[in-house]
Design a protein around this ligand. Structure first.
Ligand code: NAG
Ligand code: NAG
Ligand code: NAG
Ligand code: NAG
Ligand code: NAG
Ligand code: NAG
Length: 422
């Protein structure tokens, strides 16, 4: 009696496990057929031709099975112009490690059952029309390393549980409709290398915990409504940061001098904020810098004399500020420079012949300043020049005719520059 009871008890206890253990490749096939049934448009007939029960599921287009367990390990259906939804049965693909549905027309919410995909490491749902909140169950997927939800219609705020996906290395949730703050908890993601949340509607300040993620290489918060200032000390714990994008927010205050401690920085974008004060000289220590965007702020003072130390600079944009003084001579030593946007400041002085050293220059915009003197003939050396704008200045003399020999030149803007017109 006791034994019978025990057996009965154990059977009840173990039954669900027994059923779970019965999942096999047929489970995966049924789940994928259910997924296929939710695809309303497959203009190139990818799935129609190969996704048939007559063929082993491991040979279907886009499907890869694990070599040991013969279960669906990877599903890659990116760029196929598919329209459809992810059904609840999708959560039965419990051996899935990699899911790539990027650049299709998938829509609807992500089903709760996807929380069962505990082995998932790589998830790319970018460039679709998924909607709803970013599900909090992402926090249960402890193997996740890459999450790309860019360019969808996700709403709501970033779920705090995301900070439990502690193996995350790449989190890309740009170009959605996310609101609310960037949570302090994001700083718990110690393995993050790249964090992109640009083009959303985030508000509040940037949590300083982010600047404690020692492996981070890319931080991109551009085009939100973030406010507050940047902490001094920023960069003291970010030894390998390479790209920092904060453009198009409502940030204010000074540029922290500690930025110069991000010595590997290649791209620094602070344009389109309310930063004020000087462009401090410390910045010339960022010798790996290739792109420096500081335009559309309220920076005052001069362009640092030693800017020429930035020998790898390709783009330098300081347009639409209140900078004074002349163009530092050291700038003409930066032979890699392709774009120099100085327009909309109070810069003065002459343009020296050394401008001719900048032979890679493509975009040179000096308009709306107080430059004087003649445009040097050496300008003819800028053989790559496409746009040349010196309008609204106080230049004298006439434009050197040689400039018209530059074959790529599309735009010359001289209006109200005081130059004699030919
Ligand atoms: C997925 O799993 C659930 C729960 O085990 C089951 O009820 C459902 O029938 C399965 N779906 C498919 C398509 O096999
Ligand atoms: C898909 O295949 C089924 C049967 O093989 C066929 O009846 C149907 O017309 C096909 N649809 C498209 C869009 O090719
Ligand atoms: C993270 O996981 C822990 C332990 O499982 C749990 O207690 C906590 O609530 C989770 N945090 C979030 C924000 O979900
Ligand atoms: C950064 O990390 C250090 C050491 O782990 C810790 O003492 C400090 O409080 C952290 N700062 C922030 C802002 O989280
Ligand atoms: C750079 O970091 C070091 C070490 O954290 C710190 O002592 C120094 O003051 C920082 N430099 C600047 C300019 O903030
Ligand atoms: C330009 O570079 C040369 C060679 O490195 C150096 O001697 C010169 O001082 C630099 N000029 C300026 C204005 O920095």
């Amino acid at each position: 009696m006791e034994n019978a009871f025990t057996i009965l008890f154990l059977t009840i206890l173990l039954l669900p496990h027994y059923v779970m253990a019965q999942t096999n490749i047929n489970t995966d096939q049924l789940a994928l057929l259910s997924f296929k049934s939710q695809i309303s448009s497959d203009p190139f007939h990818f799935l129609n031709e190969s996704w048939s029960p007559a063929i082993s599921v491991c040979r279907w287009v886009g499907v890869i099975c694990g070599s040991h367990h013969q279960r669906v390990k990877s599903l890659k259906l990116s760029n196929l112009a598919l329209t459809g939804r992810i059904p609840r049965d999708f959560g039965n693909l419990t051996f899935l490690v990699s899911l790539d549905l990027g650049n299709n027309h998938f829509h609807g919410n992500l089903p709760q059952e996807m929380a069962h995909l505990r082995r998932l490491k790589f998830l790319d749902l970018s460039l679709n029309s998924f909607r709803g909140e970013i599900p909090s169950w992402f926090g249960f997927l402890h193997q996740l390393q890459v999450v790309n939800l860019r360019s969808n219609s996700f709403t709501g705020s970033i779920p705090p549980s995301l900070s439990n996906a502690s193996r995350l290395e790449i989190l890309e949730i740009s170009t959605n409709l996310l609101e609310g703050n960037i949570l302090e908890e994001i700083g718990n993601l110690h393995n993050l290398k790249s964090l992109s949340i640009e083009q959303n509607q985030l508000t509040g300040s940037i949590p300083f915990t982010i600047f404690n993620i020692s492996r981070i290489e890319v931080i991109s918060f551009s085009y939100n409504s973030l406010s507050g200032d940047l902490p001094n000390g920023l960069c003291n714990d970010l030894p390998i940061l390479k790209e920092l994008y904060l453009s198009g927010n409502k940030l204010d205050g000074r540029m922290p001098t500690s930025l110069s401690n991000c010595s590997r920085l290649q791209i620094l974008s602070l344009s389109g904020n309310n930063f004020d004060g000087p462009i401090h000289n410390e910045i010339v220590r960022l010798s790996n810098l290739q792109k420096l965007y500081l335009g559309y702020n309220h920076f005052t003072g001069i362009i640092p004399e030693e800017i020429g130390n930035l020998v790898n600079l390709v783009d330098l944009s300081v347009e639409n500020n209140q900078l004074t003084g002349s163009i530092p001579n050291s700038i003409f030593n930066i032979s890699s420079l392709q774009s120099l946007l100085l327009w909309g400041n109070n810069l003065s002085g002459c343009l020296p012949g050394e401008i001719g050293n900048l032979t890679k220059m493509q975009f040179l915009n000096l308009k709306e300043n107080r430059f004087t003197g003649e445009i040097p003939k050496d300008i003819r050396n800028l053989v790559e020049l496409e746009e040349f704008d010196v309008g609204f200045n106080s230049f004298s003399g006439s434009l050197p005719m040689e400039i018209f020999n530059i074959s790529r030149l599309r735009t010359i803007q001289l209006s109200d520059s005081n130059l004699n017109q030919h």
